[in-house]
Design a protein around this ligand. Structure first.
Ligand SMILES: *Cc1c(COP(=O)(O)O)cnc(C)c1O
Length: 389
């Protein structure tokens, strides 16, 4: 039997969370946007959930947005026919041929990309859809506001030449999870420059979609939201639980107890013996550690569910194991199932909070040695795909 540390992926939860996004987009008052569409962001191996699960669960999305050209081609090969967008654009002149061949759209954020496209103009091939992105204040990617219109005009010239297809306008918010003021200022800067330029507009990440406070100020022919983290059932907000938005966790990280024993009063446990038993206590060892993607920074007290009972981790997380307090779970024994996060256990947001990070990092950080199993396959009797004994 393989080591039983598994990420169980609930594919229908992805579809459900996409519906939640659509409900928010529909309910929000709009500034003349007649059409809302959704780029489902599936970068980082669909935030750790696997591209296969994402393709299945997010079938109803209007497009897929990711970073890696190879992953984009994989989506095409798996039968995805709707738009695909590269959020960092392309990196090399040789990529352009693949964009044409597989009808993959690109973000344009630097002048080098425009130069590469200009050099590829005249070569026979399909027109490439693109978003010209503006640095409206995050200072990560994008053209500066004062050069934006000039760069947009260059993109339009490439469109005239048949190299580019539809051209959209895009920016990315730095603080949509906590500051409406900062985000409004970014949006105002973006609108002031880009409002009268033609094309669809794409500005909203998960936090902006769910907060809805900005929607009346988003102007464009159509709005293509770009939700990521909320599709996987985690909250983009520090102080609002995913449940408050009716989001469902799409991943459960599960393992088992591989040892159960008594920690004598006064003794410590794990590396550095950072946790000491005040009185003798039952403890369990779980087959999951930081080499599986469980955060080493999770502190004593981080919630975990053992045999259906919520308890806490104790001491330092090791590479392959961690220790749990079994006093609240007297029935626990070797083999008892453990839920580290997800359905039936603490939320990934709770574990993230206890380890000083966000759910995005934990989900995307589940390592390749953790088996990914689709919930629906797990529920099938194990004999289903095995020859009779
Ligand atoms: C990652 C990313 C998103 C999705 O962000 P979430 O906060 O996960 O919703 C949207 N747009 C861009 C450009 C991104 O890089």
């Amino acid at each position: 039997m393989p080591r039983d540390t598994t990420a169980i992926i609930d594919v229908p939860a992805l579809g459900h969370n996409l519906q939640v996004v659509r409900r928010h987009l529909k309910a929000a008052p709009s500034a003349g946007n007649h059409h809302h569409a959704v780029w489902a962001v599936i970068k980082a191996n669909a935030y750790g959930h696997g591209l296969q699960a994402a393709l299945q669960g997010l079938q109803q999305a209007d497009g897929l947005a990711l970073l890696d050209l190879e992953e984009a081609v994989y989506c095409r090969e798996r039968g995805w026919t709707k738009p695909i967008l590269l959020l960092e654009g392309f990196f090399d002149p040789a990529d352009i041929e693949l964009l044409r061949q597989h009808r993959i759209g690109t973000v344009l954020h630097n002048v080098e990309q425009l130069d590469m496209l200009a050099a590829a103009t005249g070569v026979h091939g399909a027109a490439i859809d693109a978003y010209v992105t503006m640095n409206s204040g995050m200072h990560r990617l994008g053209f500066q506001p004062d050069e934006y219109r000039q760069m947009f005009a260059r993109a339009q010239a490439l469109q005239q030449a048949g190299t580019l297809g539809t051209i959209g306008k895009m920016t990315h918010f730095a603080s949509a999870d906590y500051s409406v003021e900062i985000t409004r200022a970014q949006l105002d800067r973006f609108n002031a420059i880009a409002r009268d330029l033609p094309g669809p507009v794409s500005v909203c990440n998960s936090a902006a979609v769910l907060a809805q406070t900005l929607t009346p100020y988003i102007v464009g022919e159509s709005q293509w939201a770009r939700p990521g983290i909320c599709l996987y059932g985690a909250s983009p907000f520090l102080h609002i639980a995913a449940q408050a938005f009716d989001l469902r966790p799409a991943m459960a990280l599960v393992a088992r107890l591989i040892n159960v024993h008594t920690l004598p009063a006064g003794d410590g446990i794990g590396y550095g013996l950072t946790f000491h038993a005040e009185q003798a206590m039952r403890v369990g060892i779980v087959s999951c550690g930081y080499a599986d993607g469980y955060p080493r920074h999770a502190t004593t007290g981080t919630p975990i569910t053992v045999g259906g009972v919520r308890t806490r981790i104790i001491g330092r997380v090791s590479m392959d194991m961690l220790a749990v307090d079994l006093d609240p779970v007297p029935q626990a024994r070797v083999g008892t199932p453990v839920i580290l996060w997800g359905n039936g256990g603490p939320s990934v947001d709770e574990v993230a909070l206890a380890s000083g990070t966000i759910a995005n990092e934990l989900l995307a950080g589940v390592t390749p040695r953790v088996r990914r199993v689709l919930e629906e396959d797990r529920q099938k009797p194990a004999t289903d795909d095995r020859p009779p004994a």
